[in-house]
Design a protein around this ligand. Structure first.
Ligand SMILES: [Zn+2]
Length: 101
């Protein structure tokens, strides 16, 4: 079991300005290093390491993700929104720049 899941997205990178693929790590749902895409249903799990511990009411959730741009290899944070168990959007969090200089 891992600490994260992965989400493959394309975003306007706040670091290099390119529309580019990014790999996002996020820490909700069953934490089993699964690869998700926008539109996929989140597996909340019934056992094992998972956050939240049970499916949230209505299957709605919003959580932080840590993104790495495949164009410039720099990092930034995103907000991942889940509605009715489905990953519906990923937005750059302008308040949280990445760690890499
Ligand atoms: Zn970039």
């Amino acid at each position: 079991m891992g600490m994260y899941n992965y989400l493959d997205v394309e975003l306007d990178c706040p670091r290099c300005g390119a529309w580019c693929a990014a790999e996002v790590e996020f820490g909700f749902g069953l934490l089993d290093l699964r690869r998700y895409a926008v539109g996929d249903l989140v597996d909340w799990g019934v056992r094992g390491l998972r956050r939240p511990r049970v499916r949230p009411p209505g299957g709605d959730h919003a959580g932080e993700g840590y993104a790495e741009c495949r164009c410039c290899r720099k990092d930034y944070f995103v907000l991942v929104r889940v509605e009715a168990d489905r990953i519906v959007s990923v937005e750059v969090d302008p308040a949280r720049p990445g760690h890499l200089p």
